[in-house]
Design a binder for this molecule. Structure first.
Ligand SMILES: Nc1ncnc2c1ncn2[C@@H]1O[C@H](COP(=O)(O)OP(=O)(O)OP(=O)(O)O)[C@@H](O)[C@H]1O
Length: 487
């Protein structure tokens, strides 16, 4: 039974719709007032307390529902408005959502679904802020499937529960994890499931912006604030007002800017660069990093007080190699997405190919798997992907240098340490236990062969060029052994 104070207003020029919706809502215990035009609502708002929820039609004589929505949001930004229309094209729905609609109902709609939606809006269940749960086709706000996080492993299930809980709480969240583990996707889910879902989600990769531009990127600048600042620029904080700002690679933020960020987080207000007007914002900041921020704090490269503010709750994303059971489902999802894009039937992995994927180390994590799947979708000749297809598609991922970001899906010619490291990781994953001896043998052989090739097979010269005694080569290669290339 809804709260006795829950009043709902219904606006529609169609008397039948007004009547049936108002009746159904009244039967559910709400106090309902029906209006036949936007003007009447605006007049009522002058003299009466606003309702807890408003349903409005779009096409009506006089001001239409979207004009009404704008007017309401200007006066009562928190008032949830459900827009109803027979025109469910993207322009209409996007227009409604842009205007701040809480939900969009396609006419004709199921009355029970409309009442359930009202109940949900007026008494939101933690973890769900949008859409109806019963799968009715009337709500058109469910998140696009490609945005949903995949994961059946206990680590991911625990993460999903945490996201559900945290989405509702206006707490600082720090998302940590290796590159490509899904940190941005988690931030998007936190936003989508939060009461801020209808407001913008703005992402900024701190590491991708030159340090000298970062301040104006975050806080904006006035025209002429510095050389090259031709016109006023609205920063990411302002763009994200009412919503969520995702600051990726926060560990790369220069110290002076950390100080400024800390102040803004504490006060929710700032001046644009070169500006005098105090800008107030309501932004939830979610930060992410693949670095160890505690170590950066210990090094004096990250402010401890900023870390504490951002890190009220920490969500740690497991690397893909620690949740290998998710690989099959993820691959299926990416192969399906690629097939859709290529307008072709989705390819499947042969069991041996899946096994091979599960044995891989995945230094680039889910992003590496995603890229591989797209290559497979484009390149594998048959509908079933076999191990041989994987060999063709596997471009070794370059593992990250400590603290740096990994380059995935491309090779750096000459970056042999990285190739070696990827090879070593693969061999370890394959269960090899004498890796050092094997690697050393191959390493020396490669050097000897190169040097012998260089000196035309002359051992003493080759040894000298390598800075070794002749006996070392003889010992390693055996007497009179020629380099493989010359055999
Ligand atoms: N659990 C998951 N389910 C489905 N897709 C995922 C999942 N995790 C990551 N992805 C996909 O992998 C790619 C990389 O994810 P994302 O950009 O969120 O990673 P990240 O950790 O933020 O990476 P970086 O540290 O490099 O910024 C994206 O295309 C994302 O959609």
């Amino acid at each position: 039974m809804p709260d006795a104070a829950a009043t709902v207003w219904v606006v529609d020029d169609d008397r039948a719709v007004r009547f049936v919706l108002a009746t159904a809502l009244r039967e559910a215990g709400y106090e309902v007032t029906a209006f036949e035009a936007a003007r009447a609502v605006l007049d009522a708002l002058e003299t009466r307390r606003p309702p807890a929820l408003l349903f409005t039609d779009v096409r009506m004589p006089g001001d239409d529902g979207l004009v009404l929505l704008d007017a309401i949001k200007a006066r009562h930004p928190q008032l949830p408005v459900i827009v109803m229309s027979a025109y469910t094209d993207i322009a209409s729905t996007a227009g409604a959502f842009r205007g701040g609609a809480h939900e969009f109902l396609s006419k004709p709609f199921d009355l029970d679904a409309a009442v359930a939606l009202a109940a949900q809006v007026l008494a939101p269940t933690p973890g769900r802020a949008r859409g109806s749960d019963d799968g009715t086709a009337t709500a058109v706000a469910s998140p696009p499937a490609e945005d949903a996080l995949v994961g059946d492993t206990p680590a991911m299930q625990a993460l999903f529960r945490a996201i559900g809980r945290l989405a509702q709480a206006p707490l600082g969240v720090l998302v940590t994890g290796e590159t490509g583990t899904g940190k941005e996707l988690v931030a998007r889910a936190l936003h989508r499931e939060s009461p801020r879902a209808r407001k913008p989600f703005v992402a900024l990769n701190t590491a991708a912006i030159p340090a000298e531009l970062l301040e104006s990127e975050l806080f904006g600048h006035e025209a002429g604030a510095f050389t090259g600042a031709g016109k006023r620029h609205v920063g990411r904080f302002e763009q994200a007002d009412g919503g969520t700002l995702f600051l990726d690679e926060i560990g790369d933020m220069p110290l002076p800017l950390q100080t400024r960020l800390l102040r803004v987080l504490a006060e929710n207000e700032f001046f644009r660069v070169g500006g005098r007007e105090l800008i107030r914002v309501d932004v939830r900041v979610i930060a992410a990093t693949h670095q160890n921020l505690d170590a950066l704090v210990a090094d004096g490269r990250f402010r401890a007080d900023l870390l504490h503010r951002l890190d009220v709750v920490r969500l740690q994303l497991p690397p893909l190699r620690e949740r290998r059971e998710d690989i099959g489902k993820l691959a299926e999802r990416f192969l399906r997405a690629a097939a859709l894009k290529f307008d072709a039937p989705p390819k499947r992995l042969a069991p041996a190919a899946l096994q091979r994927l599960m044995a891989h180390r995945w230094p680039g994590n889910v992003r590496e798997l995603e890229n591989l799947c797209w290559r497979l979708a484009a390149l594998a000749p048959g509908d079933v992907i076999g191990v041989a297809d994987l060999d063709d598609a596997f471009v070794p991922a370059i593992p990250m240098p400590a603290g740096g970001s990994g380059v995935v899906g491309s090779t750096h010619s000459g970056d042999w340490e990285a190739a070696l490291s990827a090879w070593a990781a693969r061999r370890l994953d394959e269960g090899c236990t004498d890796l050092h001896a094997d690697a050393r043998e191959r390493f020396e052989r490669a050097l000897f062969e190169a040097a012998l090739a260089h000196t035309g097979g002359h051992r003493s010269d080759a040894a000298a060029r390598l800075g070794l005694g002749r006996n070392t080569i003889t010992r390693r290669l055996g007497p009179g052994r020629k380099p493989r290339a010359m055999e």
